[in-house]
Design a protein around this ligand. Structure first.
Ligand code: SF4
Length: 407
């Protein structure tokens, strides 16, 4: 199994959310807060990539402003794309000013930014699992290494919570996987809370990492065993991008969402008929042009005429008839005659309409319905209507498609 820390956390928070995201692959619309967080990560990545010691505060803030209006998020309540609230703009400027003051001229060596990693773990059945993720920043100053993860949330956790943070434990595992000769004692794990300008540091021991591995394998096992993936309402539901389709919140879904869906579909239907009509007109025009060229070739007795894009050819077509009785005598001894006979559905339907009802019933009793299927038929108002004189045309409503070939 391939899994990330956030997918494991999602499973623990709500198995149904995990299913929608990881199994059904329904993309979760990101909240305004999450989009804002990603944007700040992007700004800070740029800051360090371009040597933070040479970038002025003015440059940092103008880079932030330059791309601000390109940032959009999907407002689930109103079902439309929006730019982020101005509140986040002010908040971002404040965070970056604060960040710059503390880090602008700091003498650190950046080892990696937005570093993707994969750790393989073997479970008790010798099945290999991959844990993947991305570390915001890894740096070195003097003899110490530091893993840094930025947080833009509104809460500052306690030191105790950070000491137990599983994300940092996985990052430590990934770090030692990539640099196995570095001693874990020389590694600091930090969460940088941008809103508060606070860094909370922690460390891990070798024993901690052994425990982390077994916790990951336990979660993977739980996911593999899970059959139901039931929704588990929790205090983060208000920020869940799937709330609109979650069975728990069915009754809270926007009243007009169904109407909106239907309006969209009706719009598509009209577009379909529109395009269909255009196709018919184009086909008519093609036929028209073709027949003019055909007539020209025949009139001039030309066997081929080329233009820049292709050519038309005049070929002789034989209209033949066969003496089927003689062919029957030839093919029957070879066992090929029955292969040649196919029931003509159009002819069969015509006969069915012409014969008396009792015989039609006898034939209907010979019918084997191999399968029934539902079909959708598009009928343009101008051509036909399933409503005739106020009645529904049952022939259209209850179609059963017969397959005659194997009877
Ligand atoms: S809204 Fe809550 S219960 Fe529903 S899927 Fe999201 S997290 Fe789970």
């Amino acid at each position: 199994m391939r899994i990330s820390h956030s997918a494991m956390e999602t499973f623990k928070q709500c198995p149904h959310k995990y299913k929608l995201n990881q199994i059904d692959k329904i993309v979760e619309p990101k909240s305004e807060e999450a989009i804002f967080g990603s944007y700040l990560h992007y700004i800070l990545q740029w800051f360090f990539e371009n040597d933070h010691r040479k970038i002025s505060l003015k440059d940092l803030l103008s880079f932030f402003e330059k791309h601000w209006l390109e940032i959009k998020y999907f407002d689930i309540k109103n079902q439309k794309e929006k730019t982020l609230n101005n509140f986040y703009f002010d908040e971002g400027l404040m965070m970056l000013k604060n960040f710059y003051q503390k880090n602008g001229h700091k003498d650190v060596t950046i080892l990696s930014l937005e570093n993707p990693f994969e750790i393989s773990l073997n479970d008790s059945n010798n099945q290999v699992h991959i844990v993947s993720g991305i570390i915001d920043r890894i740096q070195k100053s003097q003899d110490r290494y530091e893993i840094m993860d930025y947080k833009t949330g509104k809460r500052l956790p306690t030191q105790n919570k950070v000491n137990q943070n599983s994300q940092l434990s996985i990052y430590a595992l990934a770090f030692l996987d990539q640099w196995p000769n570095i001693n874990i004692k020389d590694l600091d794990l930090s969460l940088y809370f941008l809103k508060f300008g606070e860094i909370i540091k922690t460390k891990r021991t070798v024993e901690d990492l052994i425990e982390t591995k077994s916790k990951i394998l336990k979660t993977i096992k739980d996911i593999q065993k899970e059959k139901v993936f039931a929704p588990k309402p929790n205090n983060l539901c208000d920020w869940c991008g799937y709330k609109n389709i979650c069975p728990v919140f069915k009754h809270y879904q926007p009243k007009n969402s169904i109407e909106k869906d239907e309006t969209n579909i009706k719009h598509l239907m009209d577009k379909y008929f529109d395009l269909h009509q255009k196709r018919k007109n184009i086909e008519k025009e093609i036929d028209n042009i073709k027949s003019k060229v055909d007539n020209y070739l025949v009139a001039k007795n030309l066997y081929q005429l080329e233009s820049d894009q292709g050519c038309f050819q005049l070929n002789d077509l034989e209209d033949c008839a066969y003496e089927w009785k003689k062919i029957k005598d030839i093919l029957k001894p070879l066992g090929k005659w029955t292969q040649l006979i196919k029931i003509d559905q159009t002819e069969f339907k015509k006969i069915m309409r012409e014969i008396p009802e009792d015989i039609r019933n006898q034939i209907n009793n010979c019918k084997i319905v191999k399968n029934k299927t539902k079909i959708v038929t598009a009928i343009h108002k101008s051509e036909n209507s399933i409503f005739k004189n106020g009645d529904i045309n049952k022939n259209i409503q209850n179609r059963i498609y017969d397959d005659f070939t194997d009877i």
